[in-house]
Design a binder for this molecule. Sequence first.
Ligand code: NAP
Length: 245
Amino acid sequence: MFEGKTALITGAARGIGQAIALKLAAEGADLALCDLQADWLEETAGKAKELGRRVECYSVDVSKGDAVNETVKAVEKDFGKIDVLVNNAGITKDGLIMRMSEDDWDAVLNVNLKGTFLFTKAAMRGMMKQCAGSIVNIASIIGLMGNAGQANYAASKGGVIAFTKTVAKELSSRNVRCNAVAPGFIKTKMTDELPEEVQQKMLSMIPLARFGEPEDVADVVAFLAGKASSYVTGQVISTCGGMVM
Ligand code: NAP
């Protein structure tokens, strides 16, 4: 499905980003993998290469404009073009608003929301020129419903959803689509760190009665990135076992 296409994925060293990279590679995409340090990407890159794909790894902090611009330039030079951009890198720094520091607010907004803006802005020029492209942003159901203790994260992901719809409106005349996936509780390092009682409380709220796997998110990203969704833009697909309906 993605033969001859290049997909750039941020935060691809592990978790959901790694699953997205491997799903797109399995479907034929060449990969530009980004994370804070390129050597963390070895595992993802190795597995994708076994699938016969071309893979390049880039060290980049998604919240730094100059580094993002340089990375996108390098990817365009290495691969000739970017067909799919997946803005996946994200962090949490949880705490009740009363105790949330300005630094923790800024850190989460800078990576989750500003990083999505910076990569989109840098990659959209090429996509507009080629009159084709698909941008998929990884939001969260917390951006739809809020969550006590996650004001910074909820605001960042709500912002990603509003940003997604705006990008879709600005770029649709050039056949560039932009959609978001809103995962629920997915088993990764990010959620492993939550206390057992919080995990059990979450489980009781999931109609499909299981936590999601990174591959559940990757399947929806592949749909939004590819031809099967060619008439879909500005949408948010919750991938949460029915937690939000
Ligand atoms: P993860 O396991 O923590 O992986 C995130 C990856 O992004 C890590 O490799 C991380 O590197 C990297 N990253 C962090 N900050 C970065 C930066 N400034 N620049 C470049 N890369 C950076 O997280 P995940 O659970 O797979 O989450 C992936 C995305 O899904 C995030 O946007 C998250 O908000 C979203 N999401 C996750 C869940 C869930 O239940 N897991 C639910 C809803 C939404 P480090 O090793 O330095 O951290």
